[in-house]
Ligand binder design. Structure first.
Ligand code: ATP
Ligand code: MG
Length: 572
């Protein structure tokens, strides 16, 4: 390809719209352009990198035995009604109407469609197992589209769905996808860590996310260097808080005491009260499916909303307003507590089990209770883990201190069980002629997000550092003079033809630009291999080979093609 024949609108300045390095570089290197928030056009270089990621995904899916299909992006809401997700996933659904005013939706994912297909096509255990996948555009009404392709309204996903006769076989299918994902991300040049994940509104049983460590990631991963435990913070557990909860015998009587103006944990921890945060009970009021619930945590802990959603079994959860709280408890936030509360469900964190000598709000502005014993003074209706793990807490498996790292979720594998097959009637006859729901798994990779994650993980101040596997072009030939028929251009054209013939993705920078401009652009776009051809070195029978991020090396003209081919082979 000739540079002047393609379209690479590189930018010197960073567009104001971009906050993170990979988003800036996607724009500056001329890979994408914004149409409007969350919607992007892929330019020729962007399409090339995207197709390479897709190719890797496709090869590994095929290798793992999954079968490629292509489902409609436009979906009838009836199947979402059946699965129950018309309500539970309503926040992300893009809905539209046709000329007859009938409602449709644009698929954010395809469990409903594939399960409907399987319900109609598969009726015997002999037709199982099956795994179908597609690479297709998804639509999600994200609250906050941002960071370019990372969180878009429209993006490309690879989604796969497995159907098995039994739970054990479903585990085998799950493992195959897990292994395929490990290979896919490695081939894309990404360090991606599989972590235990929350199953959210998918209603699954078991799941892993593949996380690319990056400071700009929207997720937090808790991990242990000792035993390699790793989990999304939304799901992570530890052996417990660093300072244990008091469980001394509850001898002292419950006592109300005045705390004028005290509405925070910190204020109660300060003079004159001096109640350490770990001796306080924090009382939160939430609305779950429009019903009020109390949530009790230790004063030094933070509520983990994902765990709350998982325990309550509904995604429609929000903090109650001050008015809603006052209506139910006759007190304002800062003075709330569960002592004597019997009219509302009380959900308490397990760290408070058997807690004694605690202090909590008295449901009376300006007053708290001290000497609270959880067993004696609180009517807890549900105990569960609601707290977020903190850095340094002991690993529940091996006791080593846990660490926390920000990360980008690029893929997600779920064991779904029979939720969708039951709701959408994907039944089959087992060996005994008995009807059974197929056991499902679902597996997603954000293809466009993965492409950007490669850049986020691999760049420097000059531009992208593409791994050869997903680079838009592997080799950039940079003649320093483009005089037609001159020796420099003649050699450039010869090498271009030879490399193309050898199947190498090569671009010849035939622009009549200063060498500095060409070199800068080639670093910015990040071609893995650059071959500089100038009159001076050519006079010595040499060209200049430079790998992106490496040193400039003179190479005899006659050896350059073999050297380039060697570098490409070594990267495979
Ligand atoms: P997130 O938590 O980031 O919103 P998710 O858990 O909702 O993602 P899944 O339903 O698991 O996403 O989708 C599978 C994959 O699709 C994700 O692992 C991610 O790589 C990608 N993905 C999800 N939402 C978006 C988006 N808005 N833009 C780009 N890629 C996305
Ligand atoms: Mg996910």
């Amino acid at each position: 390809m000739l540079w002047t024949h393609t379209f690479i609108p590189t930018l010197k300045e960073t567009p104001a719209e971009a906050e993170i390095a990979s988003h800036k570089l996607l724009l500056r290197a001329g890979l994408i352009r914004k149409l409007t928030g969350g919607l992007y056009t892929f330019l020729p270089l962007g399409v090339r990198a995207l197709r390479k990621v897709e190719k890797i995904v496709r090869e590994e899916m095929n290798r793992a035995g999954a079968l490629e299909v292509l489902m409609p992006a436009l979906q009838p809401p009836e199947i979402w009604e059946k699965s129950g997700r018309l309500v539970t996933a309503s926040d992300v659904l893009f809905k539209l109407r046709d000329r007859a005013k009938k409602e449709w939706l644009l698929g954010p994912t395809h469990e409903e469609v594939i399960t409907t297909l399987v319900a109609g096509e598969i009726n015997s255990y002999r037709q199982l197992p099956r795994n179908f996948y597609q690479i297709q555009t998804k639509f999600r009404d994200e609250i906050r589209p941002r960071f370019g392709l990372m969180r878009a309204k429209e993006f490309i996903m690879k989604d796969a769905y497995s159907f098995d006769a039994t739970d054990e076989l479903a585990q085998v299918s799950y493992q195959k996808m897990y292994d395929a994902y490990t290979r896919i991300f490695a081939r894309c040049g990404l360090k991606a860590l599989p972590v235990e994940a929350d199953t959210g509104v998918m209603g699954g049983k078991f799941s892993h996310e593949f996380m690319v460590p990056a400071e700009t990631g929207e997720n937090e991963v808790v991990y242990c260097d000792g035993c390699r435990y790793a989990a999304n913070l939304e799901k992570a557990v530890s052996a417990g808080p660093a300072v244990a909860t008091s469980t001394a015998p509850a001898t002292a009587e419950l006592e109300k005491f005045p705390t004028p103006g005290v509405v925070t944990i910190d204020a109660l921890a300060a003079a004159p009260y001096l109640v350490p945060a770990e001796r306080q009970i924090k009382t939160l009021v939430y609305l779950a499916d429009s019903k009020l619930v109390l949530i009790l945590l230790r004063g030094d802990d933070q509520l983990n909303e994902a765990k709350l959603v998982a325990t309550l079994g509904t995604p429609h959860v929000r903090p109650a307003s001050a008015e809603e709280i006052f209506g139910a408890l006759s007190a304002h936030p800062g003075s709330l507590g569960a002592v004597g509360v019997t009219t509302l469900p009380v959900y308490a964190d397990t760290v408070l089990t058997n807690a004694t000598e605690m202090t909590t709000g008295a449901n009376e502005d300006g007053f708290h209770f001290r000497n609270v014993s959880a067993a004696r003074d609180l009517k807890v209706t549900h105990w569960a883990d609601f707290r977020s793990v903190k850095v340094g807490e002991a690993c529940a498996k091996c006791g080593q201190p846990l660490k926390i790292q920000r990360a980008i979720e690029v893929g997600h594998v779920f064991k779904l069980g029979t939720k969708y097959s039951e709701k959408l009637s994907a039944y089959f006859l087992d060996e005994n002629g008995k009807q059974q729901p197929a056991v499902m798994g679902c597996y997603g990779i954000g293809v466009t997000r993965t492409m950007q994650a490669v850049i986020e993980q691999s760049h420097d101040k000059d531009g992208v550092i593409w791994p050869i596997s997903v680079a838009p072009y592997t080799v950039c030939l940079t003649p320093l003079s483009v005089t037609p028929g001159g020796p420099v251009m003649a050699l450039a054209e010869k090498l271009h033809a030879e490399l193309e013939a050898a199947g190498v993705d090569v671009i010849l920078d035939d622009r009549d630009e200063r060498p500095g401009v060409k070199f800068k652009d080639s670093e910015l776009v990040g071609f893995p291999i650059r071959v500089g051809i100038g009159e001076k070195s050519l006079a010595k029978g040499e060209v200049e080979l430079k790998t992106r991020g490496g040193q400039l090396v003179p190479v005899p003209v006659g050896e350059i093609v073999a050297r380039v081919m060697g570098l490409i082979a070594a990267a495979q």
